[in-house]
Design a protein around this ligand. Structure first.
Ligand code: ATP
Length: 238
């Protein structure tokens, strides 16, 4: 397994408050890697730093052999790292198709873009059926699908998903999880942040548990699913 992303001793602060306190982890090519952890553990901060939206105070990020910490956010997308953020951030007045096309803003291969729009409609048929409709009229789960579809439009080497199942019905959540499995089978490497530890770890090759800015536990998805402390803290067992 070769590493697509390597994070070493990463530290990130908001003013005087250090949210990420020296974490190290690896995302291997072709794998699904999950970060789980309680609210405020620093998971979103980590993804935003990988995307270049926040600058770390220390540490290194190596993506596909290249150091990232000084690269601006738009260039990071061009290098192949896409981020589907928490809270979705779709553009509600634009159509579904326009939202998808925004994800391809760095590309000029018209035929390839059209194929990838079709691929997104294949993954999420509801988006195709409503392609001309304002994105703000979609349900929460459908907006999540659109955010994932948009992130995929840059043809990323690494897709980062921040809490894709947040606020979704069990059925919608299953659909999102099944799509992650499908994308992995397609060769996409995925870094997932999830509150739903059971669902996320079940489909993950590796997982890391974050608590108050540090990584306290790591292992294969199966190892963590069976770990007693994980079961108590995240799977609601006594
Ligand atoms: P959640 O699951 O609740 O989204 P998280 O693990 O993603 O949590 P972060 O959102 O990364 O956690 O937050 C880590 C810490 O940084 C928290 O203590 C949070 O209050 C703090 N924090 C996050 N954003 C800011 C900000 N813009 N300014 C100051 N502090 C922040």
């Amino acid at each position: 397994m070769t590493a697509l992303l390597e994070v070493q001793d990463l530290r990130v602060a908001y003013g005087k408050i250090e949210a990420v306190k020296g974490i190290s982890f690896t995302v291997n090519r072709g794998e699904v890697t999950t970060l789980i952890g309680t609210n405020g553990a620093g998971k979103t901060t980590t993804l935003r730093t990988l995307s270049g939206l926040l600058k770390p105070t220390a540490g290194s990020i190596t993506f596909d052999g290249q150091a990232l910490t000084t690269v601006p956010a738009h260039k990071i997308v061009a290098l192949g790292l896409a981020h589907s953020p928490e809270g979705r951030h779709i553009f509600p007045r634009m159509s579904i198709e326009e939202n998808l096309l925004l994800g391809a803003f760095l590309r000029s291969d018209t035929d390839g873009i059209a194929r990838d729009v079709d691929r997104a409609y294949g993954l999420f048929p509801i988006l195709g059926e409503r392609r001309k409709q304002a994105a703000g009229t979609l349900s929460g789960g459908e907006q999540q699908m659109l955010a994932m579809g948009r992130a995929l439009m840059s043809r990323p080497k690494l897709l980062m998903l921040d809490e894709p199942s947040m606020g979704l019905s069990p059925l919608m959540m299953q659909k999102i999880m099944a799509t992650i499995v499908e994308l992995k089978a397609d060769g996409t490497t995925i870094l997932l942040v999830e509150q739903n530890a059971q669902a996320a770890l079940s489909l993950s090759d590796r997982g890391y548990v974050m608590e108050t800015g540090t990584i306290v536990l790591q292992g294969t998805g199966a190892d963590l699913l069976h770990d007693e402390s994980v079961r108590k803290a995240y799977l609601g067992e006594d």
